[in-house]
Design a protein. Structure first.
Length: 260
């Protein structure tokens, strides 16, 4: 499956642009889930959510819809990631698994000051559980330091079946190596003066790249750093329109979905 969405669903500028005028705020998630195929929950990075909230979100969305969840900053901002065992355990006991079959990958986002340390990162990924609450878990890491632009990082992630997030961004390094049984991309260049956020030809190109990933390949026009290519096999793909001109994110996501 290729799933496409946005980050969050509560954003005032979307009211009247994406959400119809007069739509109740409590109905916004259900509306968004009818137009998109995934949503990235960013609020879990800043504070834990209640099990009841996760269950409510699960109930408000159709079968087949998927949420990805950003791991809490108490985990990723530790000076030594290898010492995050208790924080990781606490995070998964906070209610995340109430999403049930709608729980997609968990995103662990590192700050720009978090430099590549093979030993520390290797210890951290071994702390990430493969299942919780009877659910299989998938993990992705987003790095924001150029120190990760090397084959050792790519090979470490691939060995542990952890996806490296591809960031289409002016600010962060872009690593397109496929390192897991799924692909996670965050597109961050949407423009306010383009109704669909990305130009038509750019959406066409992203549709080709997403299809290439899904069918087992790696796009030739994106930077890779691994010592060898990924194995060829079909993969789930998650693409999120994040940052840039956020008001255009839903239109960009829907434009990509139409092409796919």
């Amino acid at each position: 499956m290729i799933r496409v969405g946005v980050g969050g669903w509560t954003y005032a500028p979307w009211r009247g642009t994406f959400y119809p005028q007069g739509l109740k705020h409590d109905d916004e998630l259900a509306y968004a889930a009818g137009k998109l195929t995934a949503i990235e929950i960013n609020g879990t990075f800043y504070r834990t959510q209640s099990p009841a909230s996760f269950a409510k979100w699960r109930a408000a969305t159709p079968d087949g819809f998927v949420f990805t969840v950003k791991g809490h900053r108490a985990v990723v901002n530790k000076k030594k990631l290898a010492e995050a065992s208790e924080a990781v355990d606490w995070f998964f006991k906070s209610g995340v698994t109430e999403l049930g079959p709608k729980l997609g990958p968990v995103l662990w986002q590192f700050a720009p000051f978090k430099k590549f340390d093979a030993d520390d990162l290797g210890a951290f990924v071994k702390l990430l559980p493969k299942e919780a609450g009877g659910l299989k878990l998938r993990h992705a890491v987003e790095v924001r330091s150029k120190s990760y632009l090397n084959a050792e990082f790519v090979d470490l992630a691939r060995k542990n079946n952890v996806a490296i997030v591809f960031a289409d961004s002016d600010d962060y390094p872009a690593i397109a190596d496929v390192t897991s049984d799924f692909v996670y991309a965050r597109l961050q260049r949407s423009q306010a003066d383009i109704e669909t956020g990305y130009a038509a030809e750019d959406l066409d190109q992203w549709a080709v790249r997403a299809t290439t990933w899904a069918t087992g390949g790696e796009p030739d026009d994106l930077s890779r750093f691994g010592s060898k290519p990924a194995s060829k096999k079909k993969r789930d793909v998650f693409v999120f329109m994040i940052a840039g001109a956020k008001v255009r994110a839903p239109a960009a996501a829907m434009g990509l979905i139409e092409r796919l």
